[in-house]
Design a protein around this ligand. Structure first.
Ligand code: NAG
Ligand code: NAG
Ligand code: NAG
Length: 396
């Protein structure tokens, strides 16, 4: 068994905000490494370092130093005996061999309280090797492609100073987490890469995303059932499909989406800006208490869009006849300005059976980028108010 570095680091408490007794011990992955070759495969070394750090009374730090390393699908599982820090200082390279990548996770953390993932490292998802296998849009038995970084049942934790390139599926996936802050990150994949969501959130509360650059092929941030108390600010999105709530209502969702605040974000060349979408037909669900403010749109299609007829595969039969049972209410769009790539810059198609309620448009200033005219708005089944500047003319 390789030796363990026995550094006691009392000063760490200042760095990571942990204020208990600070005996977080360092577990350097290189001390666990057995094989040579470049780039080195650190799959087993990292799992062993995690196991020892997690068992260490008072917490541990797992460190991957600068360098380039291969790592297969791994899951770091708690609970641990103290706060954990996972420092990625090097570049981690995902498998390119299909025998190793048909799984739902590349790097996963589960059942951990007080985790910090940090270190200015790079996650290279090697997505190009997997995107051709993405056939879920036509194959109901399609196999999973891994998300780059997954958090399940992680609480009171933070992720910062990381870059993720070319994820095979979403870059970051958050499920059943509470009080998780994600900041100073870059998530990058080509605009035409399939399902490379930036950050996907479900069944989670008190999630904060800030200071992020997200350029991907799918949603910048997507929030599905059970996303509550989500705070997103200082984020730049595009290319990609925008900041999206939904699609809601496809399965039986008793978990609602409430308390979403998106502030000071910029969209550049995105396919959508701010979007709420629900399936039609759908089961009952609710999206409420949502605030989008201080947003700049640059050459973005559909800057403001509520779509309650979402049916991308087109097999929902009588489009427009079957209506969504998802209630959308208490939504404010304030100080949204810039340029739109589509003429219909404000587009709200709500459910005929359950109209959108209490929707407010305040200080909207969106110009059409192309020639021949101005932006317009289109609303159906919406009640609420519009005040301040309205370009296009408000339709509520
Ligand atoms: C997340 O950030 C907020 C400040 O923006 C802070 O109050 C909160 O404690 C942070 N949470 C964690 C888990 O670090
Ligand atoms: C994250 O990176 C920024 C800028 O490079 C740096 O100022 C900050 O100290 C880093 N934070 C942590 C916790 O390492
Ligand atoms: C708004 O976001 C931009 C870019 O993300 C940032 O430079 C600026 O400081 C933010 N402004 C405020 C008031 O937070």
């Amino acid at each position: 068994m390789a030796a363990i570095l026995l550094f006691l680091l009392p000063a760490i408490s200042v760095v990571n905000g942990y204020s208990g007794p600070s005996y977080k011990r360092l577990f350097d992955v290189m001390r666990y490494r057995r094989n040579g070759g470049a780039p080195i495969d650190i799959t087993q070394a990292t799992l062993q370092a995690w196991r020892d750090a997690c068992r260490h009374e008072g917490g541990g730090r797992v460190r991957i130093p600068p360098g380039r390393y291969r790592i297969d699908s791994v899951r770091f599982i708690g609970p641990c005996r103290g706060p954990m820090e996972f420092l990625i200082e090097g570049t981690l390279i995902a498998p390119t061999d299909p025998s190793k990548f048909f799984t739902d996770t590349w790097i996963g953390f589960r059942y951990i309280d007080d985790l910090t993932v940090n270190g200015r490292g790079v996650l290279d998802g090697k997505g190009a090797a997997a995107w051709p296998y993405n056939d879920c849009w036509r194959n109901p038995n399609c196999r999973f492609l891994p998300v780059t970084l997954r958090f399940d049942f992680v609480t009171n934790s933070r992720v910062r100073n990381l870059s993720s390139f070319n994820s095979k599926n979403a870059h970051i996936y958050i499920f059943a987490c509470h009080n998780l802050n994600i900041s100073r990150i870059a998530l990058i994949a080509p605009g035409n890469s399939p399902n490379t969501d930036g950050i996907h959130i479900g069944s989670s509360t008190k999630i904060q995303i800030s200071h992020a650059n997200i350029h991907t092929g799918d949603d910048c941030v997507s929030m599905v059932a059970g996303s509550q108390d989500i705070d997103i600010f200082d984020v730049v999105c595009g290319p990609g499909h925008g900041i999206s709530i939904g699609s809601l209502g496809r399965t039986h969702e008793t978990e609602y989406v409430t308390g979403v605040h998106v502030n000071n974000c910029t969209f550049i060349g995105a396919d959508n800006g701010l979007r709420i979408k629900t399936w039609a037909p759908s089961l009952y669900s609710l999206a409420s208490d949502i605030r989008f403010e201080n947003i700049i749109m640059k050459n973005t299609a559909n800057p403001i869009i509520i779509d309650q007829q979402y049916c991308p595969s087109g097999n929902c039969k009588v489009q427009g006849m079957l209506s969504s049972e998802v209630q959308i209410k208490d939504v404010t769009f304030r100080n949204i300005k810039g340029t739109s790539n589509t003429k219909v810059a404000v587009n709200m198609q709500c459910s005929p059976s359950l109209p959108c309620k209490n929707i407010h448009l305040i200080d909207i200033d969106l110009s059409y980028r192309g020639r021949g005219g101005r932006t317009t708005s289109s609303c159906s089944h919406v009640t609420g108010s519009s005040w301040g500047k309205q370009k296009p003319n408000g339709c509520i």
